[in-house]
Write a protein that binds this ligand. Structure first.
Ligand SMILES: [Zn+2]
Length: 399
């Protein structure tokens, strides 16, 4: 594989409970982090098979074996790169839901962003730093090879469309050489300031040391979209399909994050008190499930706050979870179905952008709203989404 796989990391815009991508199989857990492999990963082996088949009779089997070994080792390097991000994030108190392996690279899915820009910067550069370290680790073995052969290998790497399976070079040397070159390529390519790649995240972190994070995100994602577009077009022009896919991934990833930043920007100009719902149903831990479901049919509320008998807030519940699911033993009291036991307390004066951030990271659809220590109402995620839609449609209507 000659294309450098980028570590497109930490697309943390979604709630942890939403599975980010279907069709992924867990292969191992490292430091408690599930490492998953996406089904499209199998395409690499199909590509390997097709390449070998089309060169039949001309294949150097030993080289093929070493190349397959290099490919596997490279993906171990990609996992180490992602673990670099994940373990650095863990130092700053941010968990990683999983690490996903795709044919174009890895993806460390963080549960949220580190709060401080300095921490985000460390998390972003930790991945490429691992690859620089690995390249350094492998490079002494190059000394075992003579300079003329190293030159031939370098010429081979530079030659576009070259095929290692039909090339007559010493196999173990190729193995070491390709690992040094590919690790350097992965590190350097990831440092291109194209959000959501590591370099783009580092750029956003650097910008948000001076400017508000939302503005920093907007600039970084626009740069990312520009780079994505350039990669896409140059990939199409040169017939490099990996570059096309990577360009598309960057363009779409940056676009999604840009929309999310625009939403936050819009909501930061409004306060929670504009959307607070003062009348809401209180549920209690000991409420019988059937009684609650019967009364729910009459109302429009979907998410509820749950209290104990001393009126202390215990968490929230999704009305839909009360309908008995197949294969689940019936529950008598709703206490067992409560989610998110430490609900984030919103204040009436908080910006709505804070509420959106909380809804994106917490597994709840409702948050309590306080004014001077008193619970004055609730904020629904659905109300926030409707508000966002109406605000976005608003300017168009007035035209
Ligand atoms: Zn990375």
């Amino acid at each position: 594989m000659h294309q450098s796989p980028p570590g497109l990391d930490g697309l943390s815009a979604w709630k942890p409970q939403n599975d980010q991508m279907g069709g992924a199989l867990q292969i191992i857990r490292i430091y408690g982090i599930p490492i998953k492999i996406h089904w499209t990963f199998g395409l690499i082996f199909i590509w390997l098979g097709v390449t070998v088949y089309s060169r039949q009779g001309n294949v150097h089997w030993e080289n093929l074996l070493w190349s397959a070994l290099a490919l596997i080792t490279l993906f171990i390097c990609v996992i180490l790169h992602e673990l670099g991000h994940a373990l650095t994030a863990r130092r700053f108190g941010v968990k990683t839901s999983n690490i996903l392996l795709l044919p174009i690279g890895g993806l460390a899915i963080l549960e949220r962003l580190p709060e401080r820009p300095r921490h985000e910067l460390w998390v972003a550069v930790a991945g490429p730093a691992v690859n620089f370290g690995l390249a350094l680790l492998f490079s002494p073995f190059l000394l075992l090879s003579d300079s003329e052969r190293l030159h031939r290998q370098w010429m081979f790497v530079k030659q576009p469309g070259g095929n290692v399976f039909t090339y007559d070079i010493a196999a173990w040397e190729w193995f070491v050489f390709s690992l040094v070159v590919l690790n350097l390529a992965v590190a350097i390519f990831n440092l291109v300031p194209a959000y959501p790649m590591d370099g783009g995240r580092a750029l956003r972190a650097l910008l948000s040391m001076r400017y508000p994070r939302i503005k920093a995100t907007l600039w970084a994602t626009r740069t990312g979209q520009a780079f994505g577009g350039v990669f896409l077009l140059s990939g199409l022009y040169s017939g490099n399909w990996a570059l096309v896919i990577i360009g598309m991934f960057i363009y779409l990833g940056a676009g999604a994050e840009k929309r999310s930043a625009l939403n936050l920007d819009l909501l930061s100009k409004h306060q929670v008190k504009e959307l607070v719902r003062p009348v809401f149903t209180r549920l209690y831990l000991n409420d019988p499930v059937d009684l609650v479901t019967a009364s729910l049919h009459h109302g429009l509320e979907r998410h509820f706050l749950v209290f104990d008998e001393w009126q202390t807030l215990q968490g929230s519940i999704d009305g839909q979870s009360l309908t008995p699911a197949k294969g689940r033993p019936p529950v008598r009291a709703i206490g067992h179905l409560v989610v998110d036991r430490d609900l984030f307390p919103l204040l009436v004066s908080d910006p709505l952008s804070l509420a959106l951030e909380k809804f994106q990271t917490l597994p709840t659809g409702i948050l309590p709203v306080y004014e001077r220590d008193y619970l004055v109402g609730v904020l629904d995620e659905s109300a926030l989404k409707r508000f966002l839609d109406s605000q976005k449609r608003g300017p168009r209507k007035r035209q």
